[in-house]
Design a protein around this ligand. Structure first.
Ligand SMILES: [Zn+2]
Length: 191
């Protein structure tokens, strides 16, 4: 087996037709036309030797019948993000389920998925998307999400989940801090 490798760049084009509804969402008419369009370049999970990008064609459609204008969004490439949903979900899963720090997540995404990402971007996702992530991950077992909310990791970058998620301040009579093998402290407390 030859383990030498070089990372090649791949760009996959996704046209608006591939994800847009086939009929007008307002009146159901199928005679629709593209008014304006532009392209977005988004990082996607590649693999150990492929750096993958998506060239997403974003179009604003207009209905020929009722005149309604709409810009469909791709579920995998949310508006305002330069990275795919899969990358964000992978990073958040590593953080919350495997207690991996943002710096290590960035290093592992680069190493195994050829995704280049600054750790501060990962921390901004953790701050902005924790609630949505927890709700999706623990849809059937919401009590597990409550446990996860209580776990605060400190890895030397001064990061915390923020007051928004910790809720109202309460006295903590009993707490435990465990240093995990990856150097992260896992702090758990009881109220
Ligand atoms: Zn219409």
């Amino acid at each position: 087996m030859d383990f030498s490798r070089s990372v090649k760049k791949e760009i996959v084009k996704v046209s608006a037709d591939q994800y847009a509804p086939k009929a007008c969402p307002s009146c159901g008419n199928s005679e629709i036309t593209i008014r304006t369009s532009h392209k977005r370049i988004i990082s996607e999970l590649g693999n150990i030797d492929t750096e993958l990008f998506i060239e997403l064609h974003v179009a604003t459609f207009e209905c020929k019948n009722c005149g309604a204008k709409y810009t469909p969004e791709h579920v995998d490439y949310p508006k305002g993000y330069e990275y795919s949903r899969r990358i964000i979900q992978t990073a958040l899963s590593m953080h919350f389920q495997d207690n991996v720090s943002g710096n290590k997540i960035a290093a592992q995404l680069a190493k195994y998925f050829s995704v280049q990402i600054p750790p501060k971007t990962i921390y901004s996702w953790v701050n902005a998307l924790t609630e949505e992530f927890m709700k999706s991950e623990f849809k059937t077992e919401p009590e597990k999400a409550l446990e996860a909310y209580k776990a605060l990791t400190i890895d030397g970058t001064g990061f915390s989940l923020g007051n928004k998620l910790l809720g109202k301040k309460k006295n903590v009579p009993l707490a435990s801090a465990v240093k995990l093998s990856n150097g992260i402290y896992l702090l758990t407390w009881w109220e």
